[in-house]
Structure formats: structure tokens, C-alpha cells
Design a binder for this molecule. Structure first.
Ligand code: PLP
Length: 522
């Protein structure tokens, strides 16, 4: 079978940093495994006696997996399933009892949850190497901090996308690491640009070694919304093999890959709900993990976007050497994820089953499709949106409403219809903006940033809040950010949270603010 053709991971232990090489098993944690041996009388551990925990049962009411019907929210407020956990379960129950779930465990956490995820990973993501391991963690924020402390040394360069997730940088910048940005277009980072950065690396000029770690968000990238195609993923993976780079794929939006946006008049009655989980799996671009025949991908999985961020639960999928070192780190940094989260998520997933979880994420994806359409419809309504010329890193260009035909007009921003996730990224063209022109005429330094700050404040005065694009600019070193080229500014809009009405009003206010800033008179 194909399974037999897949190789085991190769030894990448030369990537481990001094800290992670030096870790030893936490002496106390090592004892726990012996405590589980049949017949063992443990006078060793300082475990609190579970009879002294004040909780005796847990009941959580949840939706059935088919509840999301593609209208942007659950169709029915009634819950369909009840999850249960007792302090001391009966013998016939497979679930985790409270007495076990709230007790100290190994830092690996729940075995039942881990094996569910192991099977899910094998069946759904189909890693390219056979000996992948699952290690639970507290979500991708926790996971990334553990990856950095696994691999990076002070002064290291880390390959990042040209616009990248700010919290990921805020972690390593104070540690003295530096970003090596890779150019993107509307499909994410460009393989040739990655090749150029790595192939053209000059240690003397850069004052540091060639990067050995690529951090990226391959699907519905935060902030740009770009999703890498399979061809690009393959090309990027091959380059990483060539230059011996470890890939950390931070992929919270993987299941939220959306169908292409069609304007309302071209959109037939929505059929998204008819997509089966099998069809969804066909539709999803395979992960880097799937392409990985060496074990050089560390995949970060989180339940934040599928089951709620407050679960603080996620997991690594990676090679056994990295998993073992990450576990050593977990022992002394966090221990296993919170017991309540593990009990509830484990019960939920094991009750829904793999099929049920896939049904849930299929419904979730339909719901985000609807939300994406709310925002795009509003943009199409309040701006004149036309196809972008070939070569521009965006699908469309937005003009102020009703001004194209009036002759004298200029585009105000360009964007791509999101094909995934929660965000829409706009690139403003400041060249014809009178405020910006005056700033330039006055010789103002850093005019783009000043203009963007002022524009952002004028949006806030109009009661619409966006995220300034500058938050996502790569950090080159602790006191220096990448310089943006030309008369441009970026903002990120999220369609994940507000209602249809509020998204509509928000875009209307935004259009008015654009008109004012460009000094168009009605
Ligand atoms: N990574 C990316 C790219 C994200 O967009 C987010 C959340 O917005 C996170 C990580 C945080 O994930 P978690 O809640 O799993 O820590």
C-alpha cells in the first residue's frame, strides 16, 4: 500500500539548540509512568487525593455536528448532545473521569485524546512520513514559543512572510532573533523569492548564519488571507530540503478554505451545505506535513478556530526526536494542558467521532463562506470594484463609488476576495491622495506611516475599527522593521465577528471615510 512506501523521518537533531539539547527529563515526571504499573504501591508522588477535589460530576451540553447549516450561525439554539464525566466513572465507561482528568499526568496529557488525534492526523492529513507523533499543548501561541525554544539561538534569522502574525514575532524579537522576510503575492510567499533569500545569503553582510527555520501560515494567511497552492507548497518544501530548513506550519485556518467569491448576481442559491466532509477533504489543499517525506515539518494544530480559543488546546505533529524534546520542554514550562479542557474536548470528539468532527468543520467553513460574502458584497456595494490588471498582487481594484464614469478618478485600494479564514487585506494606493501629496510636498519623513496613522484615527472617529497593516511588518532586528515600498498603506478587516448588518454599516462608514480623505465632494 501507499502507507508502506512512506519513509520514516530522518535525523534532524542538528537543528536543536543548546537549550533543548541540554534538557533532562523532569525527575518527578519520570516517576509517573511507574506509578501506573499494576500492583505498584506508590509512596512516591505528591499527588493530591482525588476524593479531596470538590467536583463530583461534569455535564456539558453541545450541538450535534450537523448543527451549522451555512447561514452564518447555528440554526437551532437547542443542544443535541450531553457530555458527561463523573468523579469516579464506572468500569464500562471509556471516558476520562474527573479524578483522572484533574490529576497530575505525564506532560503528554490524555492518551485517549492523543490517540483520537493520531488517527485523525493519519486519516485526514496523511503525513508524508510514518513515525509522526502527536503532543498536546495549549494552542499555537504556546506551541510556537516551544518551537522557538527548541530550535533558535540568539542572533538567528527566522524566515517569515512579508506580512506576518505579530505575536509570533513579538516572541523572538526580544530574544535577539531577526526576521528574514520572503516576498509574497496574492498566493502567499513566492518560491523563487525564498530561493533568492537562501541562495544569496551572505553571512558577512547579514551578520548571521543562513536561516534554518521558516515560519509560515500556509492557509488564509494572517493577515493577508493568501492560501498557498499545492504547486507552491511543493516548490517551497523542495527549497527547504535543499537548504536544510525546518518548516513550522502554523495552520489554524486549514479547514476554513473557502470557495471562490462570486458577486450576488452571479451567485445561485447557496449549495455549500450540500458539501459532504469527503468533498471538503478533496477540496482542501494538502498540508506541508503531507508533502513531508523527511520529518522537517512541525505542524501546529489548534482547536481555537474550530472549538473556541478559550479551550487553550492544540497539538504538535512532528518527528519523534523533536516531539521528545518538546515534551521535555513541556514538563518544565507548562506540563500537560488543563484537565478540564482535555476532558471536555476529548468527550466531545470521541462522542462526535471523526466523521462528526469533519461534519462540524464543514459547517463551520460554510458559515465563514457566508460571512466572507457579507463583507465582499458590502465592498462591491459601496465601492466600484473592477478586475485588477494582470500582474497586480490582487484580484480587484476598488474605486470610489460612481467616479469611474466621471473620468477623473483614481483607485483607492486593491484586494483579493478571501479564499479562506477570517480576514480581508486591503492595500491602499496613496499616490492620488491629497493629504498624502501635501505631506510629500512638505518633505515629511515617513509620510506613509504618518498618513496611515491619521487615516486609521479618522476611521476610529467614524466608528469603524481596522487593524493597521504596519502591525504585521517583519521585524528585522529589535529596533528595526522592514521598510515598505512606495506610496502604499495596508489594513486588515475581519469578517469573523460582527453581524451582517454591522459589517454592512462598517463598510459604508469606511467608504465615507475614504471619500473624505480623498476629498471627493458629493
Ligand atoms: N497563529 C496564527 C496565525 C493566528 O492567526 C492565531 C490566532 O489568531 C494564533 C496563532 C493563535 O492561536 P492559538 O489560540 O491556538 O494560540
Amino acid at each position: 500500500s501507499q502507507e508502506n512506501l512512506r519513509p520514516k523521518s530522518i535525523d534532524l537533531s542538528h537543528h536543536l539548540n543548546t537549550l533543548s539539547r541540554s534538557r533532562v527529563p523532569s525527575p518527578l515526571k519520570d516517576i509517573i509512568k511507574y506509578m501506573r504499573e499494576p500492583g505498584m504501591i506508590s509512596l512516591a508522588g505528591g499527588l493530591p487525593h482525588p476524593s479531596l477535589f470538590p467536583y463530583h460530576s461534569l455535564r456539558v451540553d453541545v450541538y450535534t455536528p450537523d448543527t451549522l447549516d451555512g447561514h452564518g450561525q447555528p440554526s437551532d439554539a437547542s443542544t443535541g448532545l450531553t457530555l458527561h464525566s463523573e468523579k469516579y466513572g464506572d468500569r464500562d465507561r471509556t471516558g476520562t473521569d474527573i479524578s483522572t482528568g484533574l490529576q497530575y499526568t505525564t506532560s503528554k496529557g490524555s492518551e485517549r485524546l492523543s490517540s483520537f488525534l493520531q488517527k485523525f492526523t493519519k486519516d485526514v492529513l496523511r503525513p508524508g512520513f510514518t513515525d509522526f507523533e502527536i503532543l498536546l499543548n495549549f494552542g499555537n501561541t504556546d506551541a510556537w514559543s516551544k518551537v522557538v525554544s527548541l530550535l533558535c539561538e540568539q542572533g538567528d534569522y527566522i524566515l517569515v512572510e512579508e506580512h506576518t502574525y505579530p505575536s509570533s514575532q513579538a516572541l523572538w524579537a526580544p530574544m535577539g532573533c531577526r526576521g528574514a522576510p520572503v516576498q509574497m503575492d496574492k498566493d502567499g510567499i513566492i518560491p523563487q523569492a525564498l530561493e533568492q533569500v537562501l541562495g544569496g545569503w551572505n553571512e558577512a553582510v547579514k551578520g548571521g548564519k543562513r536561516p534554518r527555520l521558516l515560519y509560515l501560515i500556509p492557509v488564509a494567511q494572517n493577515p493577508t488571507g493568501a492560501t498557498l497552492t499545492l504547486e507552491r507548497k511543493k516548490a517551497i518544501y523542495d527549497i527547504c530540503v535543499k537548504y536544510d530548513v525546518v518548516i513550522c506550519e502554523d495552520d489554524p485556518y486549514y479547514f476554513l478554505q473557502l470557495p471562490a467569491y462570486l458577486p450576488p448576481e452571479q451567485r445561485a442559491v447557496r449549495i455549500a451545505t450540500e458539501m459532504t466532509p469527503e468533498e471538503l477533504l478533496e477540496f482542501l489543499v494538502p498540508t506541508f506535513l503531507h508533502l513531508d517525506w523527511q520529518g522537517r515539518v512541525i505542524r501546529l494544530e489548534t482547536f481555537s478556530k474550530t472549538l473556541g480559543p478559550g479551550n487553550r488546546l492544540g497539538y504538535f505533529i512532528c518527528n519523534p526526536i523533536f516531539a521528545e524534546r518538546l515534551q521535555r520542554a513541556s514538563e518544565v514550562m507548562t506540563q500537560a494542558p488543563a484537565g478540564w479542557s482535555q476532558i471536555i474536548v476529548e468527550e466531545l470528539l470521541c462522542t462526535w467521532g471523526q466523521e462528526g468532527f469533519l461534519r462540524w468543520v464543514t459547517g463551520l467553513r460554510d458559515s465563514y463562506t457566508v460571512r466572507r460574502d457579507w463583507m465582499c458584497d458590502s465592498l462591491v456595494e459601496f465601492f466600484d470594484v473592477v478586475s485588477a490588471p494582470e500582474g497586480l498582487a490582487a484580484d480587484v481594484i476598488a474605486y470610489p463609488k460612481g467616479r469611474i464614469s466621471a473620468g477623473k478618478t483614481a483607485p483607492v485600494f486593491s484586494f483579493s476576495y478571501p479564499k479562506g479564514g477570517m480576514f480581508l487585506w486591503i492595500k491602499l494606493d496613496l499616490s492620488q491622495n491629497p493629504v498624502y501629496q501635501r505631506m510629500k510636498a512638505n518633505g515629511e519623513a515617513n509620510a506613509e506611516q504618518k498618513w496611515a496613522d491619521e487615516f486609521w484615527m479618522s476611521m476610529i472617529r467614524a466608528k469603524v475599527l481596522l487593524v493597521p497593516g504596519s502591525y504585521y511588518t517583519p521585524i528585522l532586528s529589535n529596533d528595526q522593521r522592514m521598510k515598505q515600498d512606495g506610496a502604499v498603506a495596508y489594513f486588515r478587516l475581519a469578517y469573523s465577528l460582527e453581524s451582517r448588518e454591522d459589517i454592512h454599516v462598517g463598510i459604508q462608514r469606511m467608504a465615507r471615510t475614504f471619500d473624505e480623505s480623498w476629498e471627493f465632494r458629493k
